[in-house]
Every structure is written in C-alpha cells, then in structure tokens.
Design a protein around this ligand. Structure first.
Ligand code: SF4
Length: 342
C-alpha cells in the first residue's frame, strides 16, 4: 500500500476513542491512522485488548453508549468520488445508517451472539436487504437464498427458514458473511471472522472470503490476533498495541523483516509445526497494561526485551519510515524528537 495514496477508499486519521465508565476513562484507541486502499486487503493484528475492535466500531459509529470518539477523522470515499467524514455524522442519523451495512459492512466476532436466536436466517438477511434496497418480501427472500447458496450453504432454499442454532458454527459464519454481502458493500470489515471455528472450517471460510473479495471487488479490513490468517489474507499489515499502530508495512516487511520488538515477539509466539522436541513456545513478557492508565513514554516499555531505559520510559516514539512502505514507532529505529516527547 502506498502511504497517503489517492487510492484509498477508507482513511482513518489520528483516531482517538474512549470508554467513559464509573472507574474512569478506558483509552481504547490512541491516535490510530490507517488506510484501506480500494479493492485491496489490509490486516490489523495485535493481542486482545489492543483496540482493534474499538477501531472498527468507531468507523461504523457502533461504539456502545459509554464509548466516544474524542479526536481524529474517519473518511470514506463514496462511489461518486465524494469524500464523506463519518465522524461528523450523527451516530444514529440517516446518513451513517445508509453507509453502515450498505457501503461498509461488518462481519462480527461471534456469529452465535451476533445473529438473533429468535429469528430465522431468512428474516435476518431480508431485514438487512430491505433496509437498504427497495425490494418486495419475495424478492428479498430470493436474494437471501441466492446469497446463502453463494456462500456454499447446502440446500439453501430449505435452510433459509432455519434458525441460527440449527446451523453448524461454520454455516453460521457463512450466514453472517451472506448478511454482510446482502447490499453489495464496497468495504468489508471482518472482525476475527474465524476465531470460533476449527481449523478445517477456518480454512474453508478464509477461502470463501478470498473468493468473494475478488467477485465483489471488495476492499477488506481484516482484524485478527492470528498471524497465520493475516499472512494468508492481506497484502498490508498494521500491528496494533494498546490503541496505537506500532508498526505497518507490506506482509513481507512484517513477516520477513519485523522491526518493532512487539511485532518480533508476536511472530515468535506463533507455535511452529516443526519445532524441536520439548521446545517451549515463546511468550510475550507480561500482559497488556490496563487501558485505564496508559504507561508513560512508549506504551510497550513495560514488556519490551529491548527497553532502552529512560528514553523509552519518558518519550513517545512516533512512526518513522524504515522502508518504502514500512514504518515503525520505536527508539531502536529513530532518535528522540521534540514532537515525540510525552
Ligand atoms: Fe522497546 Fe523502547 Fe522500542 Fe518501546 S521504544 S519498543 S520500549 S525499544
């Protein structure tokens, strides 16, 4: 992906989002900037609690009532080339509702909790269709059957009238994908789309997503903690830690030449099929600090194996280019700058 290219369809600039709860403010997203180029796929990777989902929810204005975007801009380039500022739209306004599920669609983490258990799959897909398209009930039903067949649900004509609990895990995820595609979106945000699936079903769902991305000419934002999925599915990767992008680059930059200690640790912590007998899987030191009180300086300094002392504890690294499309925020690769001071 080219930095700040004209090819973007979705652009997030310096996004900050917080959750205001009784205990205080949870700093979920802390200055995220990223781009989704038209027709391409990007991945956001990081441990749980790093702000990946909060970033996706912010894009679609789906943050819960305690959540608030406190800074930054989210821009979407519509079909006619107009650039729309999604952050300026009312959370429940007509404009964002027509974009949400229409132009930009989302596949949620856990289909069993995202699909309504008391409505048939047909009702749920038809509702999504009729919200955005002027189709009759019959036309919407036919479209729902067509979509289910497209995502390889066997006997779609009969199964469309079943409830989600009558579907297997893989079929539920396919039904979610069908629902997300119902209105021919241009951007698809997939949040951990295969986490709840066994490896065989996961491979099938990923293959399906690859196929539909080509068929629909979709721009894909894939969110996952699974580096294997990232390597297989996307061309550009953003590594996220504690609400910030700490490294970004092409999939080759990230896997062949990771620069940030967090990225390196993430890659090392993937179990190897051909590891030595008795070899322990490397784990990242400690755990993600509480987002109530962010660490000073570099947010990774409490866990970093390459910690440089006060320079890391007192100063905030800013993204520095280390390759044509490769950037990293770490003092191992950039000097302390005035603007980066905490
Ligand atoms: Fe580690 Fe310092 Fe780099 Fe942060 S800035 S990742 S603490 S070396």
């Amino acid at each position: 992906m080219v930095d700040s290219s004209d090819n973007w369809i979705l652009r997030v600039s310096n996004l900050e989002a917080k959750f205001l709860v009784d205990e205080g403010a949870v700093h979920a997203v802390n200055g995220v900037s990223l781009e989704v180029p038209a027709g391409e796929s990007i991945g956001i990777v990081g441990e749980s609690g790093c702000g990946k989902t909060a970033t996706a929810y912010s894009i679609l204005q789906l943050l819960p009532s305690t959540g608030k975007i406190t800074n930054g801009k989210i821009e979407y380039r519509a079909k006619d080339g107009t650039v729309l500022d999604l952050t300026a739209m009312k959370t429940e306004g007509r404009q964002i509702r027509s974009i949400r599920g229409g132009d930009i669609s989302m596949i949620f983490q856990e289909p069993m909790t995202s699909l309504s258990p008391v409505h048939t799959v047909c009702n749920q897909i038809c509702e999504a269709i009729r919200l955005h398209q002027p189709l009759t009930e019959k036309q919407a039903r036919n479209r729902a059957i067509e979509l289910l067949a497209m995502v390889a649900i066997p006997d779609a004509k009969r199964r469309v009238d079943e409830y989600p609990f009558q579907f297997s895990g893989g079929m539920r995820q396919r039904a979610m994908i069908a629902m997300a595609l119902a209105c021919n979106p241009r951007v698809l945000i997939a949040d951990e789309p295969t986490t709840a699936l066994d490896v065989t079903t996961q491979a099938q769902v990923l293959k399906l997503m690859n196929r539909i991305q080509d068929e629909f000419d979709l721009s894909l934002m894939l969110i996952t903690h699974d580096l294997g999925v990232i390597a297989q599915m996307v061309s550009f990767v953003y590594v996220m830690y504690l609400g910030k992008i700490v490294e970004s680059g092409t999939v080759y930059d990230i896997f062949d030449n990771p620069k940030h200690p967090y990225t390196r640790d993430l890659i090392k912590s993937v179990p190897k099929l051909r590891g030595l007998r008795g070899e322990r899987v490397a784990a990242i030191k400690g755990s993600v600090p509480s987002a109530y009180r962010l660490p000073t300086g570099c947010s990774f300094h409490t866990r970093c194996r390459d910690y440089l002392g006060d320079v890391c504890r007192l100063n905030t690294p800013i993204p520095e280019k280390v390759g044509e499309h490769h950037s990293v925020s770490c003092f191992l690769h950039s000097p302390v700058k005035e603007t980066g001071n905490a």
